[in-house]
Design a protein around this ligand. Structure first.
Ligand SMILES: *Cc1c(COP(=O)(O)O)cnc(C)c1O
Length: 354
């Protein structure tokens, strides 16, 4: 029996994608070889790459000005590649949580960084707002969903400078206007597929405009010119993304899944807010539907609650050490039934304890 998997990442994948992958590992499309054993330049893999790319474009309505790349090194490598490719004089960053602060740290290794706003004063329990964006920066970097603290940007800033966004933990969870961003990137392992591949959506005319001598592998232009085949791509990871996106399309795409995600989040936060044993750590208006951080009012009961969830086949809800307590990650592939089960355990816990 499959667990109710609330893990923050790598996260749960659709069962259909796992079944298809199992087949493909032994015999891919009946060719007598597994997908791990074929050339990345074979027509079989070429079809996978094309299909995955066109699914990304279709689901996110990527305009012709932009191209889809599949890179490696995770979102963490993007923290470095972004300033390598785009930081000329200085760049603006928002300090919204653990991930954006890592991005800031990397950018500072490359050049001058201005931090426009920070929510560190309250352990990142809210999204900074009301900041002004200077005109004289090369770009503004933001993180759409801070996975560790459970906060999400609801309205993207209208910016006089190009916006670059880390969407690792909420990509494909809601519609997004891609044309508003010069670069969107996401490690696949939260909401799109397995680890090993990083999605990059980049404005084509911005790739290669750095005017520097960069190692080819860290230059977006290299990957753009080589259709993500400059080096051997993570063939299996891309295939699992393809199966996951096919599943997503069957759910009604990002518009369809957004409704389901909202139902899951409403159900869960509804319980957090009405059950006196629990409270949420993030400001209500900034709460993430993907990652819900919550604490027990009496933290001495943490172990007991964890035990109760385990008995109900629930895994992955222990909070990140920097926030403590619990975190329920409710990525696209997490069924509504899993959220229901967790809510039932919370209700039961309150009943027994009162
Ligand atoms: C997980 C995560 C990262 C780091 O991703 P890697 O692929 O492990 O480098 C970066 N940003 C956000 C928002 C994340 O959730």
């Amino acid at each position: 029996m499959r667990k109710h998997n609330f893990g923050a990442g790598p996260g749960i994948l659709p069962e259909s994608a796992l079944h298809k992958t199992r087949e493909a590992i032994i015999d891919f499309n009946g060719i007598g070889m597994g997908v791990m054993e074929i050339s990345h330049r074979s027509k079989e893999f070429e079809a996978v790459l094309d299909r995955t790319k066109s699914l990304v474009k279709e689901l996110l309505k990527v305009p012709d000005t932009h191209e889809v790349l599949f890179l490696q090194g995770g979102a963490s490598q993007q923290f470095a590649m972004i300033p390598m490719n785009f930081l000329k004089t200085k760049a603006a960053y928002l300090d919204q949580g653990a991930w954006s602060s890592k991005a800031i740290k990397e950018a500072k290794n490359i050049g001058e960084v201005v931090v426009l706003a920070s929510s560190k004063d309250k352990n990142y329990c809210y999204q900074p707002k009301g900041y002004s964006i200077p005109q004289d920066v090369d770009y503004l970097h933001i993180c759409s969903n801070e996975t560790i603290h459970g906060t999400q940007v609801k309205i993207f800033p209208s910016s006089p400078v190009p916006v670059i966004c880390d969407m690792s933990s909420d990509i494909f969870s809601r519609p997004v206007d891609v044309s508003k961003f010069d670069v969107i990137y996401a490690g696949a392992q939260k909401n799109m597929g397995p680890s090993g591949v990083t999605l990059v959506i980049i404005r084509k005319d911005k790739a290669g405009t750095h005017g520097k001598k960069l190692p080819a592998i860290f230059d977006y232009k290299t990957h753009l010119d080589n259709n993500s085949l400059y080096n051997t791509p993570p063939v299996v990871s891309i295939l699992v993304c393809m199966y996951t996106l096919e599943w997503l399309k069957e759910q009604g795409g990002v518009e369809g899944i957004e409704k389901i995600n909202k139902q899951k989040a409403d159900w869960f936060y509804g319980e957090v807010d009405s059950n006196p044993m629990f409270y949420g750590t993030a400001d209500k208006e900034d709460r993430s539907p993907m990652n819900a951080c919550f604490l027990l009012s009496d933290s001495s009961q943490d172990e007991e609650f964890l035990h109760a969830t385990k008995k109900a086949n629930i895994v992955g809800i222990k909070g990140h050490r920097s926030v403590g307590g619990f975190r329920a990650s409710m990525y696209n592939a997490l069924p509504f039934e899993s959220v229901k089960m967790l809510v039932e355990v919370m209700k039961e816990f309150a009943k027994v304890k009162s």
